[in-house]
Design a protein around this ligand. Structure first.
Ligand code: B12
Ligand code: SF4
Ligand code: SF4
Length: 463
């Protein structure tokens, strides 16, 4: 029990809060406990805390089922109609549920510092410690405080179970649905991770936000794979985040060029979002610089967003310091990643959200990024992966990357490596990848190379 109790002059919790049986604890009619709940949310180090009822999310359920029926979930087999039904009803996980306390934690950790062509980019949410752990500890603390002060029963989630984090957050007014399909908040934009406590306490619900994206559709225009529809929906099959983290197979060939040098997740549709970036742009010079960068991204300029002038000025998000207490990993040396061993993987990524991707997937992603970086100096590394990696998908993607480099520069060593590998390769699928990669050779007519030559599958968004 904390020292101060806002409703009681005696600084003690009212006795009724302890005597009320768990399932029927009600504090709804008096708005003060809701205010106290939010205070407890702040005490538990959440940046945002709002309340919604535990009633089912009918509209969202219908949209979710439709989304699944359209196959938008790709190969995320765990996303089933049954799960959609459960996820859209808090009572499915706690039958006596009355309210949901929605929380948000900003994960802004400063502007991205671009390390150059040899590095692969990591999405911001994974720059530090695993948010499931950091937020999980805080949710546990908040749930305990709620039980201690008001009684009741509860369950908490932070992307850890069948519950629609975004839909609940939107209904609580914590933020609103953006066309990039993330929840945008007034203070931190969409760089906010979400969690919630489903509780039997009956609390005064907050109103949803009245905000929306209006006529803006920058994220839709900027997404390099065309994954975002104009109707607030995403096709996960095309999303780089899905392809690099969730997709446990070969990345479709026609999407590889668009993946660029992302090796884990993607932030493009948030980086271009004005309400997301505005809170983090502190001077008019920064705003101008951002606007210029965004114009480049939307125009699909292949150049990396340039390094910012004064990276040290960047600040952490309000309550997110523990996420980054062991340092920030926003990019990886691609050569290192391409050779990543299981031991290195376990050691380097212990306690991070990066572990969601398997070790071979990170090597696969590194191969794609090296192919897209397209520099001849990577041929030796890719050759080694093509001839020696124990995972066929990594070998196949190394072949693709060599084909990209060969096509761009006419690098003889790239063609030789492919030829040698074809003679040795026993896996049929890898053999096919090699043959496709070799096809670029026939169309290469300019020995000596031309760095400006577009990649064969290009950055065309017509797929
Ligand atoms: C599956 C999943 C993914 C999938 C699918 C993404 C998606 N947008 O659903 C993939 C792998 C692609 C993904 C990627 C990312 N994810 Co994710 N992901 C999830 C997860 C586990 C489930 C989401 C889900 O149920 N999707 C299914 C669809 C049907 O749900 P939906 O988007 O809510 O669909 C709604 C809209 O389409 C809307 N809608 C449809 N029509 C209309 C019309 C109007 C007018 C309106 C308003 C709405 C609307 O209604 C639908 C139903 O509510 C959640 C955690 C959770 N348990 O909720 C995290 C979660 C959504 N992810 C998160 C993050 C951080 C990311 C990434 C940013 C990571 C990264 N940088 O790489 C990217 C963002 C990509 C993107 N643009 O969305 C955060 C988002 C936080 C936030 N502020 O919104 C979540 C909430 C995790 C968390 N607890 O913080 N993710
Ligand atoms: S995360 Fe990247 S690929 Fe996915 S929708 Fe956003 S911009 Fe497109
Ligand atoms: S970029 Fe524009 S359309 Fe997309 S989420 Fe942000 S405000 Fe909405």
């Amino acid at each position: 029990m904390p020292d101060s109790w806002p409703l009681s002059s005696s600084n003690k919790a009212p006795q009724w809060s302890r005597r009320i049986p768990e399932a029927v604890a009600t504090v709804a009619s008096d708005p003060a406990p809701s205010a106290r709940v939010k205070q407890l949310g702040r005490d538990a180090c959440f940046d945002l805390c709002r309340i919604t009822s535990a009633s089912p999310l009918h509209v969202e359920r219908t949209r979710y089922l439709q989304w699944l029926a359209n196959g938008r979930h790709g190969a995320m087999q765990w996303m089933t109609p049954e799960r959609a039904r459960r996820s859209s009803d808090p009572a499915a996980v706690l039958p006596e549920a009355r309210s949901v306390v929605c929380v948000g934690m900003s994960y802004w950790a400063g502007h991205r510092k671009h390390g150059g062509p040899l590095t692969g980019k990591v999405a911001r949410y994974a720059w530090g410690a695993d948010y499931h752990t950091v937020m999980g500890e805080r949710l546990e603390r908040l749930a305990t405080s709620l039980r201690d002060e008001f009684g009741g029963d509860s369950r908490w989630y932070v992307d850890t179970g069948p519950i629609m984090d975004k839909a609940l957050a939107a209904r609580s007014g914590l933020g609103w649905y953006g066309k990039n399909t993330n929840i945008l908040t007034e203070k931190f934009g969409s760089f906010v991770l979400l969690g919630e406590i489903i509780t039997t306490l009956e609390l005064q619900p907050d109103e949803p936000s009245q905000k929306d994206c209006g006529a803006c559709r920058l994220c839709v225009a900027a997404c390099p794979t065309g994954a975002l529809g104009p109707d607030y929906s995403i096709d996960a099959n095309k999303c780089i985040s899905y392809l690099t983290i969730e997709h446990r197979a070969a990345i479709p060939m026609e999407l590889r060029a668009a993946v660029g040098t992302w090796v884990l997740g993607c932030d493009i549709c948030q980086d271009v979002c004005p309400p997301t970036m505005e809170p983090h742009l502190e001077s008019s010079a920064e705003r101008r610089e951002w606007a210029q960068e965004m114009r480049q991204i939307v125009a699909k300029t292949p150049a990396e967003v340039r390094k910012r002038a004064n990276p040290d000025r960047d600040e952490m998000g309000a309550q997110s310091a523990p996420l980054f207490s062991n340092g920030i990993r926003q990019e990886f040396d691609l050569r290192w990643l391409l050779r990543l061993t299981h031991d290195q993987y376990l050691e380097t990524f212990r306690g991070t959200a990066i572990r969601r991707a398997k070790v071979w997937m990170l090597r696969r992603n590194a191969a794609v990024a090296l192919g897209n970086a397209g520099d001849e100096c990577y041929v030796t590394d890719l050759r080694e992966a093509l001839l020696g990696d124990d995972h066929p998908i990594v070998r196949g993607h190394a072949a693709w990357a060599l084909g990209q480099i060969g096509f761009r520069h006419g690098t003889e060593a790239a063609w030789e490596a492919l030829e040698l590998a074809l003679a040795r390769e026993e896996d049929e699928e890898v053999g096919r990848e090699i043959v496709v990669a070799q096809a670029g050779r026939a169309t290469f007519t300019k020995p000596g190379g031309c760095a400006d030559r577009p990649a064969p599958s290009g950055r065309d968004r017509s797929y």
